[in-house]
Design a binder for this molecule. Structure first.
Ligand code: AMP
Ligand code: MG
Length: 334
């Protein structure tokens, strides 16, 4: 099954799981494709149209493959005047690169391309190629002055790890100003649970089963949170050596993260933070990620490991309900 079909199945299932609400609220629903994934917006007491338009606008600005985009232009010319939102996302993403000590690194694109994760023509790069590309990975060399972003001559930038979360933040701003009463916005692996779910205390957001992504291991019940999941299963390939290689790269080695984590879900008030940290914690691995969470404390998380463990913050554990048929025992760390 292709990744897109899996994503669609997973999205439809999620929607089915979340749509048990019926109160007399007008609902505006839209499904569409953007940012290389399927998206579904359900807005109560308001319209989803403006949110869709804003997501499509961001997609056009941030695409690494569209020659009209801010990011494509920047990666070609190494210095470019960009839209206000692109500059804002760049500043916010760079802060999070610093905060995670480079586990998130927006300059990892040349290595991501070399593995074939942009073109879909997967290959295992030679150690020599990776070594030479590693020299171009350094987010500290990116500068943002006003709306001008400048890169070193060998660098390329990509906001694939933060763009959906940032889009979720923009969507929540639109929901607030529109007076909508509630919304569940599924932007691929990033879900915004906004306001009041009609007839219920909170929204239920599923955490995918990494072994069967059309199913959920359980649900987080929440409101006014943005939940992002990074999983090795989202985009990966099997090499001729029989090993599976995933699309999340450790910027220090240029190799796909391979530290026993299957997925990381982060829950916070900010989509950009949740999205950035789900990627960064996936790179760090369970032990370092738990230490990191202790030192920050402004987010909750659930990490699923290859050896069958589910490690969660105390806050996430409180709001977690296992799905039927899943005997999940969360190990809490706080
Ligand atoms: P996500 O799905 O949010 O975890 O983001 C993963 C995407 O971000 C990948 O498809 C790459 O395009 C890019 N990426 C991979 N590794 C990193 C990293 N360590 N830091 C920043 N971006 C990354
Ligand atoms: Mg991310």
């Amino acid at each position: 099954m292709t990744r897109r079909i899996k994503a669609l199945l997973s999205l439809l299932l999620c929607t089915a799981a979340l749509s048990g609400c019926s109160a007399n609220q007008p609902k505006s629903s839209l499904s569409f494709q953007a940012m290389d994934t399927f998206m579904k917006l359900d807005v109560y007491g308001g319209s989803a149209d403006e949110i869709k338009d804003e997501i499509l606008r961001l997609d056009k600005l941030l695409s690494v493959t569209d020659p009209q985009s801010d990011i494509y232009t920047l990666n070609q010319s190494k210095s470019a005047e960009v839209d206000d939102v692109t500059a804002e996302l760049a500043r916010r993403s760079l802060e999070l690169c610093r905060a995670t000590d480079g586990a998130l690194d927006v300059t990892v694109l040349p290595v991501v391309e070399e593995w074939g994760f942009i073109s879909g023509e997967y290959k295992i790069p030679s150690a020599q190629t990776l070594n030479s590309l590693l020299g171009s990975i350094d987010y500290t060399k990116v500068s943002v002055t006003g709306n001008t972003i400048t890169l070193p001559s060998d660098a390329k930038i990509d906001f694939g790890a933060t763009a959906k979360g940032f889009a979720a933040d923009r969507a929540v701003e639109l929901l607030k100003s529109s007076g909508a009463t509630g919304a569940i916005l599924n932007l691929g692996g990033t879900v915004a649970a906004y306001g009041q779910k009609p007839g219920s205390d909170g929204w239920r957001v599923g955490i995918a089963d990494p072994e069967n992504t059309a199913a959920y291991i359980g649900y987080i019940t929440c409101r006014d949170k943005i939940i992002a999941t990074s999983g090795g299963y989202e985009r990966c390939f099997e090499g001729e050596d029989g090993k599976t290689y995933c699309h999340i790269i450790d910027p220090k080695t240029g190799l796909p993260a391979d530290n026993g984590l299957l997925s990381v879900t982060v829950i916070s008030d900010s989509g950009t933070l949740s999205d950035a940290l789900s990627t960064a914690l996936f790179v760090m691995g369970a032990e370092k990620a738990a230490e990191y969470a202790k030192s920050c404390g402004d987010f909750d998380f659930v990490m699923l490991t290859a050896d069958g463990r589910a490690i969660a913050s105390a806050g996430a554990a409180q709001s977690f309900t296992p799905a039927q048929g899943y005997d999940i025992r969360l190990e809490t760390v706080s």
